[in-house]
Design a protein around this ligand. Structure first.
Ligand SMILES: [Zn+2]
Length: 444
């Protein structure tokens, strides 16, 4: 009996050892010793060999180093020994991309603060400061006969040296784009019944062209209800206000006087008339390079205009020549659609349409400016008398020159996109008594 029981015990032990061994073989066939990788306390993935992870971290750090600056891993990384199923192990080539998602490296850099808020991280204080200097000078352009009085940021702008995340450091070009357009996070808009690109543009102070470009749309594309579009509105983080002082020579258009003489026959020009000249001193504010408020300080007449005197016989009912004469109302200067209406900051209308369409004088008058004028690009200004002046900006070509007498409807140039313009349109301004007024109140 003793022998049997002993044999049975041996057998039982043998079975136990064997089954443990078999279990081990099975276990090691499916599971393997591995490391769970934790970033800031959260498990991210599992690897066989922790050395591969450490190597990948080192390489990512090296890639982030610019100009021999040190980067330091700011995320906490931990390894936990585990047994894992073989099929959950992360392949070696996927380790670096996974790490890049979760790891943060810090480096010494500089932050541009706008009104106390962090806006841009740059590599160092010098590059941040040189960007700001460039921003100021690019937006403080002066024309001929102009002098810069002051140039300042509208916001409180400071540069602070600090630790920054390596991935957040922008190149000077990226930083420039962000500061001047603020397009880091474009707004989205969902199409509602009754919407058109024009109504959306108008409601958001945008140009239709910008919406078309940002959304890769064509003018004739049909918008679907519920469709989402991006509104890339140019909203600079930093605005530059430059005060400029200048002088300009302006034409004083002559007036036409008609004398009735019963003894005369028909209409005769007694004296031709000549435009006068005046020198105007002004101060203008340019915001981000856009000509804003203009204030005339003084005017000096250099040459008085000479009246054009005409003698009309008694039998003549109406003088036919309209050249240089104004009618008080304005004709549409070009065909197209209104892409921007008059509103505060844009007392003008933009009439968009094909490039090259003829631009016509809204009424008879004298050309007092024809040429390049900063943001206006190629531009014509016509004085219609009685304090009424019109401006035609962004032309692609001009066909009149200063001093020309033009009649209502006469072609003075062609529509284009010169100067500060996002697409072919005529920027049409009307000035009455020296200040801009809504052109739609005059157009007939
Ligand atoms: Zn405009």
């Amino acid at each position: 009996m003793q022998n049997i029981s002993r044999n049975q015990k041996l057998l039982a032990a043998g079975v136990a050892v064997l089954s443990v061994m078999l279990m081990c073989v099975w276990f090691l066939g499916v599971k393997t010793p591995a490391y769970a990788v934790l970033i800031n306390g959260k498990q991210q993935f599992i690897v066989k060999d922790r050395k591969q992870v450490e190597l990948a971290i080192e390489q990512i750090g090296k890639q982030l180093v610019k100009d021999n600056k040190k980067v330091a891993l700011s995320s906490k990384i931990e390894f936990k020994r585990i047994f894992a199923e073989k099929n959950v192990l992360l392949a070696q080539e996927k380790i670096a991309p996974e790490l890049k998602k979760g790891l943060q490296f810090q480096t010494n850099g500089a932050v541009i603060m706008v009104d106390g808020k962090k806006v841009v991280c740059m590599q160092d204080k010098a590059s941040a400061q040189s960007l700001l200097v460039k921003l100021k000078s690019a937006n403080s352009w002066i024309g001929d006969h102009e002098k810069l009085i002051s140039s300042a940021f509208a916001e409180q702008v400071t540069v602070k040296e600090s630790k920054v995340y390596a991935g957040e450091v922008l190149t000077p070009k990226e930083a420039w784009n962000l500061i001047t357009t603020g397009t880091a996070s474009p707004e989205k808009y969902t199409i509602k019944p009754g919407d058109s690109l024009w109504s959306i543009a108008r409601a958001n102070d945008m140009y239709v062209d910008d919406i078309l470009k940002a959304n890769n749309l064509k003018e004739e594309d049909i918008l679907d209800l519920g469709q989402e579009i991006i509104l890339v509105k140019s909203k600079p983080y930093i605005n530059v206000v430059a005060k400029v002082e200048g002088t300009a020579t302006e034409i004083i258009p002559y007036e036409t006087k008609v004398i009735t003489d019963n003894s005369a026959n028909g209409v005769k020009v007694k004296s031709a008339g000549a435009n006068g000249k005046k020198e105007v001193a002004y101060v203008v504010e340019k915001i981000n390079g856009n000509v804003g408020k203009k204030e005339v300080i003084s005017e000096k007449i250099i040459e008085k205009p000479k009246d054009r005197v005409m003698v009309k016989g008694a039998r003549v009912i109406q003088v036919a020549s309209r050249s240089g004469n104004s009618t008080g109302t304005l004709a549409w200067p070009v065909t197209g659609y209104i892409s921007q209406y008059s509103r505060s900051g844009h007392i003008a209308i933009d009439i968009a349409g094909a490039s090259g369409s003829p631009v016509q004088a809204a009424d008879g008058g004298t050309v007092t400016f024809a040429g390049w004028d900063g943001n206006y690009g190629k531009c014509v200004v016509i004085n219609h008398g009685n304090g009424l002046v019109t401006r035609y900006a962004h032309c692609s070509s001009l066909s009149v020159s200063v001093g020309d007498s033009v009649s209502r409807g006469q072609t003075i140039g062609t529509r284009g996109s010169t100067g500060r313009s996002s697409g072919p349109h005529l920027h049409f301004e009307v000035m009455s008594g020296g200040s801009r007024v809504n052109p739609l109140n005059y157009l007939r």
